[in-house]
Design a protein around this ligand. Structure first.
Ligand SMILES: *[C@@H]1O[C@H](CO)[C@@H](O)[C@H](O)[C@H]1NC(C)=O
Ligand SMILES: *[C@@H]1O[C@H](CO)[C@@H](O)[C@H](O)[C@H]1NC(C)=O
Ligand SMILES: *[C@@H]1O[C@H](CO)[C@@H](O)[C@H](O)[C@H]1NC(C)=O
Ligand SMILES: *[C@@H]1O[C@H](CO)[C@@H](O)[C@H](O)[C@H]1NC(C)=O
Length: 449
């Protein structure tokens, strides 16, 4: 009993820092496509310029990427120009460490070929540079370092022969570090994207879009898709809207329910633009307003549940020091969570070039305590993470234990040497108030001629 009181005091005494934006989010247009392309190309040039140094760091002399149109290497998507939509024919890229400005050689060297001309030239260039270790993307577990197709490996072995083939190595952290590392100038646009995400959440989870008793979770999911079209962004997964009840888990599909008063709503969705991706989960509450005593706020028990999930976010971010493995961060965070008397699960991941980006993961939904390979990688700085987790909280009004599921994107700040929320984090429920809707309809009716 004593322990219980202590625990509940501990939880309610922790006043979370205020990261919920005080002003409503605004829709902020991204630049026109032509300008986006020129901004993205500058980023790509700057990121690619880091590769020779990365090669040296990993003790390699070259990085050979070989692919065909429609069978691109995963890494291609982080290297290509903004106006390229695939690799043409066979596209061979050779990154090297020869930055001799006298030689004025491009880096990467690039061949687009479908008659086999590339091979003698590649052999000649390798003969000049004599790289001792040549990285190929052949990793078995890490997608970003494993994008070489089997046919490309076969042809490389045949055309380059034993001499060069013996120098092929798998060096997965080369690709991981290249993809994971973001530029300071990307953050400004990432923040605009995140504000748009919040503006969509605030509009979508409101009486403007939801009519309790009529709107379904599926309707809401498609509303988000259509809204993205209007905002000139796309997505990397179907928005999943669910009504949260005990023991419903994280269905990948969301639920197909009519949204009713008293429902706890949840969404998991992200947007894609300018080579960047977001991933956010928020919760909303549909006020009970049709009874004799209409609700004006979310019940305290739900606020408490959200606070627990917020506390879990702080625990993860506090433990997430660059250099530690994802598994170490996971273990330390789970221990701290248990010590603070909470139950929940952590499954956070890198984000950026991809919704699930290169780098160490901190838990997986099906691997709650330890993740082989991906969890053993080090947490890198200068990257973005999606802090994805849930805290359990018992809701007495429902006699149910609900998973309070949140996901928020953070960026490493060189200045503060900490992870900072890109736009903010949810600390207050989005509220759907059916009464506002009827008064809106009333005003519309009475102002009509
Ligand atoms: C989307 O693109 C169209 C066509 O260029 C433009 O008219 C519109 O203003 C854009 N909308 C936003 C929100 O950026
Ligand atoms: C991107 O465009 C530049 C300029 O046209 C070109 O030199 C470079 O090879 C292109 N990069 C890739 C990966 O195709
Ligand atoms: C760099 O490339 C130039 C031109 O191909 C060559 O002359 C030089 O020897 C190379 N240097 C190294 C260190 O590979
Ligand atoms: C609450 O739920 C538990 C388990 O589902 C059940 O045994 C109990 O009777 C319920 N309590 C009330 C007040 O409904």
């Amino acid at each position: 009993m004593k322990a219980l009181i202590f625990v509940s005091l501990l939880v309610s005494c922790v006043v979370p820092a205020q990261f919920h934006p005080r002003q409503p989010a605004q829709y902020r247009p991204l630049p026109p496509l032509r300008m986006r392309a020129s901004i993205q190309n500058k980023w790509t040039t700057e990121r690619i310029a880091k590769i020779p140094k990365l090669l040296k760091k990993h003790g390699a002399g070259a990085w050979l990427i070989c692919q065909r149109e429609h069978a691109e290497d995963t890494i291609w998507w982080s290297i290509k120009n903004a106006t390229d939509f695939d690799a043409h024919r066979r596209t061979v890229l050779l990154f090297h460490t020869n930055d001799s400005s006298l030689a004025n050689t491009p880096n990467p060297l690039k061949w687009v070929d479908n008659i086999g001309q590339v091979w003698p030239e590649l052999r000649r260039v390798l003969g000049e540079y004599r790289p001792f270790r040549i990285v190929l993307n052949t990793d078995e577990d890490i997608a970003f370092a494993g994008g070489l197709h089997v046919g490309e490996l076969a042809i490389l072995q045949r055309e380059l022969g034993k001499y060069w083939t013996n120098r092929f190595v798998n060096e997965p952290m080369l690709a991981v570090e290249f993809v994971a590392t973001k530029l300071p100038s990307q953050l400004e646009y990432y923040r605009i994207m995140q504000e748009n995400v919040w503006a969509m959440l605030e509009e979508g989870f409101s009486d403007k879009v939801i009519e309790p008793g009529v709107t379904t979770t599926e309707d809401l999911s498609w509303w988000f898709r259509e809204k993205m079209q209007l905002l000139n962004v796309s997505t990397w997964n179907q928005p999943r809207v669910s009504v949260l009840v005990e023991d419903s888990y994280p269905g990948w599909e969301g639920t197909e329910d009519v949204i009713k008063e008293g429902d706890i709503l949840h969404i998991d969705f992200g947007i894609t633009a300018m080579g960047l991706n977001t991933d956010t989960q928020h919760m909303a509450y549909v006020l009970r307003t049709s009874g004799a005593e209409p609700e004006t706020d979310v019940p305290d028990s739900l606020k408490e549940g959200l606070r627990k999930a917020n506390r879990l976010q702080e625990i993860v971010l506090g433990n997430m020091r660059p250099g530690l493995s994802g598994n170490t961060v996971l273990h330390q965070s789970l221990v701290q969570m248990i010590r603070e008397g909470m139950k929940g699960q952590i499954y956070s991941h890198p984000i950026g070039d991809w919704g699930h980006d290169a780098g160490s993961v901190i838990g997986f939904l099906n691997l709650p305590a330890y993740v082989p390979v991906l969890g053993e990688l080090p947490i890198l700085p200068n990257t973005y993470y999606s802090i994805e987790l849930y805290a359990y909280h018992f809701v007495p009004e429902r006699n149910e234990t609900i998973r309070f599921r949140l996901e928020e994107n953070v960026a490493w700040s060189e200045l503060s040497q900490k992870w900072e929320y890109v736009y903010g984090r949810q600390e207050i429920f989005h509220l759907v108030d059916g009464r506002k809707r009827s008064s809106l309809e009333l005003i519309e009716q009475t102002t009509r001629p």
